[in-house]
Design a protein around this ligand. Structure first.
Ligand SMILES: [Zn+2]
Ligand SMILES: [Zn+2]
Length: 343
């Protein structure tokens, strides 16, 4: 079968690898959709995401939907032909975090398409991904497989919003209108926020954010357009990964408000104005990492039409055009979520 293997920065090769045979507890899927994530772009362009450096060939991808192709011994409740999405998290299941329902913090966690460990955890940009049955969430037959591939970033957005607590009647600010920022806007609206404001450097992603539910969009390079937001947003989400975006989140959060960090910043060494922006405002600062329990809910929200992800997907490409798809996905002036599709 075909697989997209990264050998180093800008060295992505379409290779033939053996068709995997499902062992006990495993399921072979026919790939339906693979969303290209910011982390895939970082691996492709720079050969690394933060401290995770690609030092051996690695298949990219972790945002997966598909159809059950063959089930391994001991797998029940899944039949060939069934449409599914996959939670890319493979946790130990026994540590204190896993037992407390916080599997996203499991210290032994493995994530598809990640160079955080060596040997790397291979990704799922292949024709027939092999996954564990317990990572699978079945979805309805009429759910489009490209939208199903976007359930993973939606789960990330749901988790970020759950970290912020109740949004009912609150003004929400989001820095960064990438896929996760846009989906946070959609979820915040669904959660009864009184106003959802989102900022970005580019106009194109702000247009997508507006279609997904943002009430107001502001250009990040026009601070004068945001003057009224200063100290006036009960919740700020940092989803830009940019230091400027982080500073805007801190400036805009209202006294007693909450800042949720979702985007990984490009540097560990960041000046954080603790005195003025955290202590004086008595702000709550929290992080949000991946997702876990939100996967079934994310699937249901899309399946039932409560959230329409159509505006999120700006292009689809077949698997053998993965490199072209990655280059298009890298252009933030015209791309939001680019999805590779199966046959
Ligand atoms: Zn992702
Ligand atoms: Zn664990």
């Amino acid at each position: 079968m075909k697989a997209c293997v990264l050998h180093g920065p800008k060295d992505l090769r379409l290779e033939d690898i053996p068709l995997p045979e499902p062992t006990a507890g495993h399921v072979r899927l026919r790939m339906g959709g693979v969303g290209i994530c910011g982390s895939d772009l970082h691996y492709y362009h720079h050969g690394r995401v933060g401290n995770a450096v690609v030092c051996e060939p690695m298949i990219l991808g972790h945002e997966l939907s598909g159809v059950v192709d063959k089930v391994g011994p001991g797998v029940t409740g899944l039949d060939p032909g069934q449409k599914v999405i996959v939670n890319p998290t493979d946790e130990c299941g026994t540590c204190a975090y896993c037992r407390a329902g916080r599997q996203n913090l499991c210290p032994s966690l493995r994530y598809f398409g990640s160079a955080a460990r060596t040997p790397h955890v291979q990704g799922i940009m292949v024709e027939y991904p092999l996954v564990q049955a317990r990572q699978i969430v079945p979805v309805s037959d009429d759910m489009p497989l490209d939208q199903a591939a976007c359930v993973e970033p939606l789960a990330i957005a749901l988790h970020a919003v759950s970290r912020a607590g109740n949004l009912l009647g609150k003004r929400v600010f989001i820095s960064g209108a990438g896929p996760v920022g846009c989906l946070i806007a959609a979820v915040a609206r669904l959660n009864g926020a009184s106003e959802v404001v989102i900022s970005d450097m580019e106009s194109f992603p702000l247009g997508v954010a507006a279609k997904l539910g943002a009430d107001r969009t502001v250009k990040a390079d026009k601070p004068e357009d945001m003057a009224d937001l200063e100290n006036a947003c009960q919740v700020s989400f940092e989803a830009s990964g940019a230091i400027g975006g982080m500073q805007t989140c801190l400036r805009n959060v209202a006294p007693g408000g909450t800042v949720v960090h979702v985007g990984f910043l490009s540097s560990e060494e960041v000046a954080y104005p603790i005195n003025t922006m955290v202590i004086r405002k008595e702000a709550t600062v929290c992080g949000s990492l991946r997702a876990y329990q939100e996967f079934p809910l994310a699937a249901r929200l899309v399946e039932t039409g409560r959230l329409d992800l159509t505006p999120l997907i700006t292009a689809t490409y077949p698997l053998d055009k993965a490199e072209e798809a990655i280059l298009v996905a890298s252009d933030k002036t015209r791309s939001m979520k680019v999805v590779l599709t199966g046959k």
